[in-house]
Design a protein around this ligand. Structure first.
Ligand code: BGC
Length: 924
């Protein structure tokens, strides 16, 4: 038995993070027992646990998923902790020692904000000579630099994170970081802090014309270096007027526009620093998990394009920077530009709009390895200009993200589907650079609430995400304070003062998803005020006459069913008022449940009443008396089923099927409908249609992009047209994760692992995989807060299947063996590994023959290909005949249009067709 995955507030050994609560969690592997009988948690200020600050004693109620153990914490203190667990079989294990460390907390800052005197454009490096006088026991640097900073001790980079201090509403709160620099201090060390513009003071806005930073115009640095000596002395070196500033070779930096560096520039004399009249009240311990390099991507191909450009192809679209080794003559100017796609074989970047996304370097003549400091790019291709020598080994892409721990793995027997999952995973990693963004490449990269909301479940299937979203939600709550509860469309808002349904509802939906996935109610407690403020904001706008329906909303963004003909109309056909009211009701429903969980019964009762009122209104306004939805779109009906709004589920299901049928079973849905589509179909007995949507390889559909070589998820169903040309430049990103939300359904249904409705933290799951001949097999594994659940299935022959499942220590699953011949009970499984092999009631394949309706035969790609080549006249058959058996059609048409006589048809052609059709194995 082994204890692993020790976390505090869902972070591994966090140093200097904001700690309003202290929630411990751990997982147990390799036990004989099924669950924890008791546990004991110890917290001490020393690694030998002599100075205990918390000892829970052996406790049968300690929750391994979220153990909220509050105690008084001191500032700037490292706490060590461990847990011992006894299983229900009597085994015992003790964890390794983990730690967490507090920041300055309420301790006042001795440091002052400093800036530069001159407004020289070269980026500043603030410096201070440090002379330790004695043997150092420990040293910490507490630091915040605005726009962005990187700190060095004797030229050695402190920490391994990028783009600190992160991106948030700087008007309201400023995050400072804490670094352990104990091993880095030497006699006479130089502490140097290089600064860049970033989100704070650079061009960064939805309004691309903005050229200046919104939050401030000056570089601003505050830092305290605390040194503890072994003899007990404690000294603080803080930013003040004694610091100096020199100039770097970086002449420009910007999130959108890249970076410029000129190594021919002469060194400049050091300058004095200037004190900034800025207080420290907004400084708080960090919440952002660090942005780190998680993968280094080699160049896959060096391309010489038809127009003569030199382009590097990394084979994968991603967010990141690079490392480039160069040895060029002094004064030569090398320019790199970054793009997502080639057009006609040439470099292309018009879909980045005004973002320059480049790196310009003037060589000083030395061999150098370059990396930008204060920007990032969303790219796959790099155009290189001005370099005499460049070979693929000189360049490496450095992919960055705030997410570090992968939890979800999923694979099927279909390579296109597997690539789709990879694309969603890369989309996630690309759009988690401190903020959940819409896209990482163009002049936008904003924390759009709607995109975050629709993708958060998939994100949590794939990676540990709680701390990442917790920071975003904290920022959201801050923003709401200035906006009477309104949730701006993107966070941080940079002054945006609009809210939309299904976007702002992220305020309720996100904390709820986190609570369900991670099982930690502290997120609900922290966000309750924000959730309530959002609902109350809508209530005010809604007034007595449902004004929320008439407010400005994005609707079913980018859906394909808007037939207005206006190319600027992006909202789809689903009534925006309907979407607004349904999401309003959903937010209130979540709020009411949250109030119940937190024990605020009065609120719970009041909000439950409001849910009823809204349900009545929605039914009155958008449904007929018998329960038919009057908004006649795929998205509207999906919502009606998903949120149980229809009094006539059967009619709604049938109508939905019909709507799909009329569009050849293709999706027309946008940002609102798409994330609901497959799950809602599966919930309503339409697995077949859900699978068909997934496996459709034509436009519009997920695999269409995969077949066109996509390595991430696109913003639009047709971001590229079928000939590979880009469909437009106004709003067309190739790295937008929203539609990748179908992966959550894949984990839950194809993989078969879905959390039971009344469970949180994955304590109880329902396992019932969706078996498909077209996929042949699937393997899903999820490292949940309870531990790893996995489900692997394989179709062995047309009527036999094998299923293997793993249930973690402390977890439980109800298992349904799908399609079994003999009636199978619902099995309740506790921790362990199980495997089942059985015969299915019906074979997975159906036998094709000419007695099947023509339409059904033509739907099968192989059958269609064969039939149309054997009997080309079939392409002339009217659509209304699709329901007629092929045999009848051919006998009727015999002798016409060059077809053989009836006799020959009956005795030769039909038997031949049947013989060939039977050989095609087609899934049901
Ligand atoms: C973004 C979206 C966002 C939308 C709002 C776009 O510019 O890229 O993903 O949700 O605007 O409708």
């Amino acid at each position: 038995m082994r204890i692993r995955a020790l976390r505090v507030n869902h972070l591994e050994n966090p140093v200097g993070f904001r700690m309003e609560s202290t929630v411990f969690s751990w997982k147990v592997d390799g036990a004989e027992g099924k669950r924890q009988r008791s546990a004991r948690l110890l917290v001490a200020t020393d690694p030998d646990f002599r100075e205990l600050v918390l000892d829970t004693g052996v406790d049968t109620s300690l929750d391994s998923v979220a153990c909220d153990a509050n105690f008084v914490k001191m500032p700037r203190t490292r706490y060590f902790w461990k847990v011992s667990v006894t299983s229900d079989a009597g085994e015992q294990a003790e964890s390794e020692t983990a730690f967490f460390e507090t920041g300055k907390e309420s301790e006042p800052w001795q440091a002052k904000w400093i800036s530069c005197e001159s407004d020289e454009a070269r980026h500043p490096i603030f410096t201070k000579k440090i002379k330790p006088n004695g043997e150092i026991r420990s040293a910490r640097l507490y630091i915040c630099g605005l726009g962005l900073y990187e700190a060095f001790l004797d030229g050695k980079r402190i920490g391994d994170e990028f783009l600190a201090p992160g991106c948030n509403d700087y008007d309201r709160w400023l995050q400072y970081q804490t670094y352990d620099v104990t091993g880095l201090l030497s006699d006479g060390a130089e502490l140097a802090v290089l600064m860049g513009n970033g989100w704070y003071k650079g061009r960064f806005s939805f309004f691309a014309a903005d050229t200046k930073g919104r939050y401030g115009q000056d570089f601003a640095l505050i830092a305290e270096l605390h040194i503890d000596y072994t003899d007990g002395r404690h000294t603080v070196i803080a930013t003040d007027e004694s610091w100096r500033v020199r100039r770097s070779h970086i002449t420009f930096s910007g999130i959108y526009d890249g970076e410029r560096r000129d190594d021919t520039l002469p060194e400049m004399p050091e300058e004095a620093v200037m004190l900034l009249p800025k207080d420290t009240a907004k400084l708080t311990e960090r919440m952002s998990p660090p942005v780190r390099v998680f993968e280094r991507l080699p160049v896959r191909q060096l391309i010489h394009t038809p127009t003569g450009e030199t382009v590097l192809d990394l084979g994968q679209n991603f967010s990141g920077i690079f490392a480039l080794r160069l040895r060029e003559k002094a004064g030569s100017r090398i320019r790199l530009q970054f793009g997502e796609v080639l057009q006609d074989g040439n470099f292309y970047r018009d879909n980045l709009r005004s973002a320059l996304a480049e790196y310009v370097y003037i060589s000083g003549g030395e061999e150098i390895t370059l990396s930008p400091h204060f920007t990032f790019y969303g790219y796959r291709y790099v155009k290189v200009e001005g370099a005499e020598h460049i070979s693929p080994e000189d360049f490496e892409g450095l992919a960055i993200s705030s997410l570090g721990t992968r939890t979800g793995f999923f694979k099927t027997g279909n390579e296109l589907v597997n690539r789709l999952i990879e694309n969603a995973r890369w989309g996630l990693l690309s759009n988690t650079v401190d903020v959940p963004t819409d896209c990482p490449q163009r002049d936008e990269r904003l924390g759009w609430t709607g995109d975050a909301q629709v993708f958060a479940e998939t994100a949590a299937d794939l990676y540990e995400t709680q701390a990442f979203y917790a920071k975003y939600l904290f920022d959201m709550a801050m923003e709401q304070k200035d906006a009477e509860g309104m949730v701006p469309n993107y966070i941080p808002s940079r002054g945006e003062r609009k809210a939309s349904a299904a976007w702002g509802d992220a305020a309720c939906i996100l904390p709820w998803i986190l609570y369900r996935v991670y099982g930690d109610p502290s997120i609900l407690k922290k966000q309750y005020e924000s959730m309530r403020a959002w609902v109350e904001y809508i209530r005010r706008v809604d007034g007595n006459d449902h004004g929320w329906s008439r407010a400005e909303h994005f609707g079913d963004w980018l859906a394909l069913d808007n037939e207005s003909g206006d190319p600027n109309e992006n909202s789809g056909a689903t009534d925006k008022g309907y979407i607004a009211q349904v999401y309003y009701r959903e937010s209130v429903r979540i709020l009411a449940r949250t109030a119940t969980i937190l024990g605020w019964n009065e609120d719970a009762a009041a909000y439950e009443k409001l849910v009823e009122k809204l349900s009545d209104h929605i039914r009155y306004e958008y449904f007929t008396g018998s329960g038919r939805c009057s908004v006649n779109t795929q998205t509207a009906l999906l919502m009606a089923l998903r949120y149980s709004l229809t009094a006539n589920r059967e009619w709604t299901k049938n109508r939905l099927r019909e709507l799909f049928f009329l569009k050849n079973d293709k999706l027309l849905t946008g940002f609102v409908g798409t994330p609901l589509a497959c799950e809602t179909l599966s919930d309503n007995g339409m697995d077949d249609l859900a699978l068909k949507l997934l496996l459709n390889e034509d436009y519009p559909g997920w695999l269409y992009a995969v077949k066109l070589g996509a390595t991430t998820i696109w913003e639009r169903w047709d971001s590229l047209l079928s000939d590979g040309s880009i469909s437009g430049t106004g709003m067309n990103s190739l790295n937008h994760y929203a539609y990748g939300s179908v992966c959550h359904w894949m984990f839950a249904r194809i993989g078969g692992i879905r959390q039971c409705v009344d469970s949180v933290g994955f304590r109880r799951v329902h396992i019932e995989p969706l078996l498909s001949w077209k996929l042949k097999s699937a393997e899903a594994s999820m490292d949940t807060p309870c531990g790893v659940y996995s489900c692997r299935w394989r179709i062995m022959d047309p009527s036999h299947v094998e299923i293997r499942v793993t249930i973690p220590f402390g977890g439980e699953a109800e298992l349904v063996l799908p399609g079994a011949k003999e009636k199978q009970p619902v099995r309740v499984l506790s921790a362990g590994e199980y495997s089942f092999a059985y015969e299915t009631a019906e074979p997975f394949v159906k036998t094709l023959s000419t007695i099947l309706p023509l339409g059904e035969l033509l739907e099968e790609a192989e059958a269609r290909e064969f039939l149309l080549s054997a009997v080309p006249q079939l392409s002339l058959i009217n659509k209304s005949m699709q329901g007629t058996p092929l045999r009848d059609i051919l006998l009727f048409a015999a002798g016409f249009e060059g077809l053989p006589s009836r006799d020959e048809m009956e005795n030769r052609v039909l038997p031949e067709l049947d013989e060939k059709l039977q050989l095609l194995e087609v899934s049901k």
